[in-house]
Design a binder for this molecule. Structure first.
Ligand SMILES: Nc1ncnc2c1ncn2[C@@H]1O[C@H](COP(=O)(O)OP(=O)(O)OP(=O)(O)O)[C@@H](O)[C@H]1O
Ligand SMILES: [Mg+2]
Length: 503
């Protein structure tokens, strides 16, 4: 008779914080954060538990080099196996870097990405590869990750890649791949030493001491925040502090509308309504505040040379508070219509009528949105003055033009706003982009190679546009009109899922 074997593992061997990830089933499990938080230890414990429990689980543990694997992941598995007194159930092959569970044939193979031949030829004694753990993933290239990802495709649903790393660089491919959007098949776990119940005091003190000696180390290894390499333009301390205090957007979504080109100017777009969509490209942080006579302005940066996104930043013109943000790789015509809807949505009504929000769109690469807004009959666009070289006459044109003169001017304005009024920036994506912005060797403020400056430019233009918003001398308090009554009944609780008509 085969004797049933029961192995009991106490929950106490785990850090409490990580227990909720024990049964995680998403394709990607991403553990990142500060040093000594217990990430690696937990991953090893979790895999040992699962190897014992699951009928078939074959794990490939990879690091950049085979040698580093031997001293870390392999050593850690051996350590926990013996701590849990399970040596009799595992065969440990030191020369091949393999560990086999004798109870069910499940196996772990350790390999370095430097050992291409070994990686290609890995086989398991029973079944196929089901799991990959990429330890210190920040050391590896995205192309290496993609190859591993492809290897784990194919039959079988319960396949998982576990990724662990310290967030050494806010521009890292890992951030773009797993953090810049929300993915259903990704579970993200952030931890710092504070989540580790087993850490000794001297190590904690060392991590805290970085606060005075090395801000970069402190951010990355003590606080587990995305690190910023090189000299940043915007006040990184202020931005990091603001990131700690952000509120989630009130709503995420986009505008739906009816577009009819046969209608006259001003009526081509009608029946604008807000659609809630968690993958939408507009984030609303504050709804329009019509009864208080708040006026709004919108700055937009168009996709063009070196920038992939269209952005729009909506500000309360008086306070500079960022109330909504649009970011998308839309086509110029669709972008313009969303900006139109935003401008209508953030309109202001007084006894003289409805005043659309002032829209200032950058016109360097694409003047289409500016012309299109005119064609649609949008009445309130930013006006720039241009002096004609021949006649000396001043011409007025719609839209914001970025030049060698205006660019540094609006950016120094933004640097000051970040330093003195960081609390007015509500959008995480904007703040994270500002963190990456550097000054190149020629002194030009720009995004690093492969990075973006679309949010920075959109926000800077929006602040520039504030200067063109005029306020009436006195605040006229007017009763709400019926067509807007519902919409603005309660700034915090209104549900945008309902249909609203904006005239
Ligand atoms: N479950 C545990 N039981 C006992 N000790 C633990 C446990 N988890 C973590 N530790 C202790 O905490 C230390 C740090 O944990 P670990 O190496 O897993 O951190 P980490 O988050 O991977 O750090 P790094 O980011 O530096 O790689 C370990 O060396 C170990 O001493
Ligand atoms: Mg580790």
């Amino acid at each position: 008779m085969i004797k049933e074997l029961t192995i009991k593992i106490s929950k106490k061997v785990f850090n409490k914080f990580f227990l909720k990830y024990l049964e995680c089933k998403t394709r990607y499990l991403v553990l990142y954060g500060g040093a000594g938080s217990g990430k690696s230890y937990f991953i090893v414990e979790r895999y040992l538990y699962r190897i014992l429990k699951e009928k078939r689980l074959n794990l490939l543990a990879v690091r950049k080099t085979g040698k580093s694997n031997r001293d870390s992941t392999f050593a850690l598995f051996k350590q926990v196996i013996s701590k849990w007194k399970l040596n009799e159930h595992f065969k440990i092959n030191e020369s091949d870097l393999r560990i086999k569970c004798l109870l069910n044939g499940n196996e772990i193979v350790f390999a370095g990405l430097d050992d291409v031949e070994k990686l290609k030829s890995i086989t398991f004694s029973k079944g196929e590869l089901t799991d990959v753990w990429i330890e210190e993933a920040s050391e590896i290239l995205e192309s290496d990750f993609k190859q591993l990802d492809v290897r784990l495709r194919g039959k079988g649903t319960n396949k998982q890649i576990t990724i662990s790393f310290n967030p050494i660089d806010v521009n890292h491919w890992l951030k773009k791949r797993f953090f810049d959007k929300k993915y259903d098949n990704v579970t993200i776990c952030h931890s710092t030493y504070k989540n580790n119940d087993f850490l000794d005091e001297p190590y904690k003190n060392l991590l805290e001491s970085y606060k005075d000696t090395d801000p970069y180390y402190y951010d990355v290894y003590c606080l587990g925040k995305w690190g910023v390499l090189g000299k940043t333009v915007f006040d990184a301390r202020k931005i990091q502090a603001r990131l700690d205090n952000l509120k989630k957007p009130l709503k995420i979504g986009y505008f739906e509308y009816i577009y009819d080109d046969t209608k006259p100017k001003g009526q081509k777009i009608s029946n604008i309504k807000w659609i809630n969509d968690k993958n939408g490209y507009i984030k609303i942080y504050q709804v329009p505040n019509v009864p208080a006579q708040t006026k709004y302005c919108i700055g937009g940066d168009t996709a063009g040379d070196g920038s992939d996104y269209f952005t729009g930043h909506i500000l309360d013109a008086r306070t500079g508070n960022q109330v909504a943000v649009l970011k998308h790789q839309l086509d110029a015509d669709l972008y313009t219509r969303q900006m139109y809807c935003l401008g209508k949505y953030y309109s202001n009504r007084d006894s003289y009528g409805l005043h659309e929000a002032l829209i200032a769109i950058e016109s360097n690469f694409d003047s289409f949105p500016i012309r299109e807004l005119q064609r649609l009959g949008y009445k309130n666009q930013y006006v720039r003055e241009k002096i004609d070289e021949y006649t000396g006459k001043t011409e007025k044109k719609f839209g914001f033009k970025t030049t060698s003169l205006t660019r540094p001017t609006i950016l120094s304005g933004l640097i000051q706003i970040v330093r003195e009024h960081t609390e007015t920036i509500n959008d995480e994506d904007t703040l994270l982009e500002l963190l990456t912005i550097i000054r190149n060797e020629k002194g030009r403020i720009e995004a690093p190679e492969g990075g973006h400056d679309d949010q920075m430019m959109g926000l800077a233009i929006a602040h520039e546009a504030r200067g063109q918003v005029t306020f009436s001398a006195e605040n006229i308090s007017i009763p709400l009109h019926n067509d807007f009554g519902d919409m603005f009944k309660d700034n915090n609780t209104y549900d945008y899922g309902e249909e609203i008509t904006i005239i």
